[in-house]
Design a binder for this molecule. Structure first.
Ligand code: KIV
Ligand code: ZN
Length: 514
């Protein structure tokens, strides 16, 4: 019997900390439902003290998820712990994850606290969290650059205070596998009460080693891995859930652990997170990249056709690639559509919202014969973007012309704060002209940092999904739009980003200090 490896997903918390990846409550609930289907053990749903919106998102996730533990992050301060405790209250099973930095540089420069004060605060925080739940996790932030002797001291005290999970974060992605593995071995051997807690690895990918470091930790006694779908996360991202899970499953000869992950739900989860955040998956990304199971060279194809295992160590269908099936078409009725929405975890709160979505579905089905789950997810995200209350800008109409030898021109009509405005502009291409026309009306002053288009499914009639990243005054937002017409999708994405920039809600970053 192998040990169970706890899969702790932090897409909704550490993943969301990635600039521009912020998600609405509805989007977080949709992803949480997919994570539950995937059977992750713990969902870190957010940092409730960051803002009212973050608190409500964690609470909403805690309300709907039955089968995974719902975790809220809290710095070692009273308000954070109380907010986390309240947010996870509705959960069947709730956890508070509290943390304080332990590396010399963080203690001295960020916290301005002595090591003794840090130990005292860690113990106090764990005890306060235990007043809300028996399930408390403690992290010595920047453990990867902390003194191992000091780590032993603070972790022993945290376990004595009631922490059942000890998470070891390599916060800045500085460690290498041999070293990180050895750290786990050292801590598990030297800490006298280490058997009273599950040790967990939380790695960042700055050197491209997050998955390797996490697996080295598992080989040296870690029994929880913290990870995100597609490796989403600040800077170079976090440990990719799909890579850890498939490494453990594929190399059962090497790892003494098992997960309960339903691997067929991996690709749907990956697509959903990419669609909602606008962070596209690179084609050669392991497991979930579009090329991950494509065998191009003739020799490989021949080998695979003769005997699959010659060149394949995993089966595409085992990670959910075959889940891409036609689900609905032009003749599907409202009930079939509603049922599929429910199956995909997409909640529509009012009849009017359902009607709007159904009209969009019908119009898509007229242009595209086969409708896949990914199309429905994209429609829902797009609908969600457009029905945001108090949005300042809305696309009314768009007309473009493009002709060889002529400058492309776009004519755009927008609702701006309740009034219709029209502008025309020329550009290097029709998308450029469209963005210029919009900008001439809104004068956002923001910089366009990234523009990308991808297709949701195959074929030239597929929905095009467009992402833009805009920056203004150090604030970064991502906007998404989808349509079978990529110019319209681009305009929608641009307008979505402008609406996000207008939204002044400020949220605290958990790692900015106490
Ligand atoms: O990377 C990190 O240190 C974190 C902590 C809050 C656990 O995300
Ligand atoms: Zn982190």
């Amino acid at each position: 019997m192998k040990d169970h490896l706890v899969i702790f997903d932090t897409t909704l918390r550490d993943g969301e900390q990635s600039p521009g990846a912020s998600m609405t409550r509805e989007e977080k609930v949709r992803i949480a439902k997919q994570l539950e289907k995937l059977k992750v053990d713990v969902i870190e749903a957010g940092f409730p003290a960051a803002s009212v919106g973050d608190f409500e998102s964690v609470q909403a996730v805690a309300n709907v998820i039955q089968d995974s533990t719902i975790c809220g992050l809290a710095r070692a301060v009273e308000n954070d712990i109380r907010r986390a405790g309240e947010a996870i209250k509705p959960a069947n099973s709730g956890r508070i994850h509290t943390f304080i930095a332990t590396s010399p540089i963080h203690m001295e420069k960020k916290l301005r606290m002595s090591p003794d004060e840090v130990v005292e605060r860690a113990v106090w925080a764990v005890k306060l969290a235990r007043q809300y739940t028996d399930n408390v996790e403690f992290s010595p932030e920047d453990a990867g650059r902390s003194d191992p002797d000091f780590l032993c001291r603070v972790i022993e005290a945290a376990i004595d205070a009631g922490a059942g999970t000890i998470n070891i974060p390599d916060t800045v992605g500085y460690n290498v596998p041999e070293q990180f593995g050895a750290l786990f071995k050292d801590l598990l051997t030297r800490i006298p009460n280490s058997d009273k807690a599950i040790f967990s690895a939380h790695c960042h990918n700055d050197l491209g080693l997050a998955v390797a470091n996490s697996l080295a930790a598992v080989q040296n006694g870690a029994r929880q891995v913290e990870c995100t779908i597609n490796g989403l996360g600040e800077r170079a991202g976090n440990t990719a859930l799909e890579e850890v899970v498939m490494a453990v499953k594929t190399r059962q000869d090497v790892f003494d652990v098992d997960t309960r992950i339903v691997t067929q739900e991996i690709v749907p989860a990956s697509k959903l997170v990419a669609n909602i955040t606008g962070f596209a998956v690179q084609p050669n990304k392991a497991i979930v990249g579009a090329n991950a199971f494509a065998h191009e060279s003739g020799i490989h194809q021949d080998g695979v056709l003769k005997h699959r295992e010659t060149y394949e160590i995993m089966r595409a269908e085992d990670v959910g690639w075959s889940a891409n099936k036609m689900v609905l078409g032009k003749h599907s009725g409202r009930n079939a559509f509603k049922t599929r929405l429910e199956e995909l975890g997409i909640s529509v709160e009012t009849e009017q919202e359902l009607n709007e979505l159904f009209v969009r579905f019908k119009s898509l089905a007229d242009r595209k014969h086969e409708i896949y789950d990914e199309d429905i997810q994209a429609l829902a995200t797009d609908n969600n973007n457009e029905s945001v209350e108090n949005e300042s800008y809305k696309l009314v109409s768009l007309k473009v012309s493009s002709e060889t030898g002529e400058s492309p021109v776009a004519k755009v009509t927008l609702w701006i704060e309740g009034q219709e405005h029209t502008a025309e502009a020329e550009g290097g291409g029709v998308v450029d002209a469209t963005f210029k026309a919009i900008e001439s009306m809104v004068s956002s002053g923001a910089t366009l940092e990234l523009y990308s288009v991808s297709n949701v499914t195959n074929g030239t009639d597929a929905l095009g999904e467009t992402s833009v990243r805009m920056e203004k005054g150090g604030r970064i937002v991502n906007g998404q739009g989808s349509s079978t017409d990529i110019v319209i999708a681009s305009a929608k994405a641009y307008i979505n980003a402008l609406n996000k920039l207008k939204d002044s809600a400020v949220k605290a970053h958990p790692q900015a200090g106490l």
